[in-house]
Design a protein around this ligand. Structure first.
Ligand SMILES: [Zn+2]
Length: 276
């Protein structure tokens, strides 16, 4: 599943390729991919608009047009927004096709069809159409502080790993980066969220920033078929310290990396560097 760094990479790529581009036509090949309004209205309302601003909030891509209306996208499990030329071969999981006046094309590809697109009128804010945006926690790269975490986690009996995955606590962190952050902080994923000391929380916030920024630089992770807006796979998985490394040696102490089931996902950790 694309997480914050992958979505950020997609967004930056789209901004480079599409800012100032006017959409000529829209073809919806799978109605389910359009969350709002109806697929029919979407195909009618979007053409003629010009891409202007590109913002990420959590894992949502929020693209504004120059008339104040906008296009939002959540990639979910397997969605991808890829800029192509009309000569390029179409992916068999192409769900929505945007043709630009310039000849460029924006392809929304989505094998599992969990990804969604929204069109928002100029008089409407993204939050009014996507309620999850209102409940979302602070952006980890810019707005997250250890004071905020301390206050929020004080009453939480859940594990720190489950807490990190909660989008209402912090926006955009998913399974891969949560495991990496906890390893660097030396915290076992099953530690009670309320048990982390102030010093550990400070370290945690620093490591969240560090890991996410590193991943953005690496172009995201390519685990589960992620690709950016140029159709290129990321490289972060080659740099992962614990994620996907079960049975391999810890890079710090050489103990074997282990995995436990937690909050319906798997958590990867080093039993020596991350003692409970
Ligand atoms: Zn270790």
């Amino acid at each position: 599943m694309p997480e914050l760094p992958e979505v950020e990479c997609v967004l930056r790529g789209l901004e480079k390729s599409l800012a100032g581009e006017r959409i000529e036509s829209v073809k919806v090949l799978r109605e389910q991919s359009i969350a709002c309004p109806s697929a029919k209205s979407f195909a009618k309302l979007v053409p003629g608009r010009v891409f202007s601003d590109f913002v990420r909030r959590g894992k949502y891509l929020l693209m504004s047009f120059d008339d104040g209306s906008g296009l939002a996208c959540h990639l979910r499990m397997s969605g991808a927004l890829v800029v192509k030329t009309k000569e390029e071969e179409k992916d068999k999981h192409l769900r929505v096709l945007f043709k630009m006046q310039s000849g460029k094309e924006l392809h929304f590809e989505d094998m599992r069809v969990f990804g969604r697109l929204w069109f928002v009128k100029s008089s409407t804010k993204f939050q009014e159409v996507i309620p999850a945006l209102n409940k979302m926690g602070p952006e980890p790269l810019t707005d997250l502080t250890h004071n905020y975490l301390q206050e929020k986690l004080a009453t939480r009996s859940q594990s720190i790993k489950a807490a990190l995955l909660d989008q209402e606590l912090i926006a955009g962190i998913g399974n891969i980066y949560a495991d990496e952050v906890l390893f660097l902080t030396g915290v076992h994923p099953q530690t009670r969220a309320s048990d982390l000391s102030t010093a550990k929380l400070k370290k945690l916030v620093e490591n969240i920033r560090f890991v996410l920024e590193q991943a953005i630089v690496a172009g995201g992770s390519s685990i589960r078929d992620y690709k950016d807006s140029f159709g290129v796979n990321g490289n972060y998985q080659n740099e992962a310290l614990v994620y996907g490394r079960v049975g391999l040696s810890c890079t710090k102490c050489e103990r074997k990396i282990e995995r436990v089931k937690l909050a319906g996902r798997s958590a990867h950790f080093c039993p020596r560097c991350q003692r409970r």
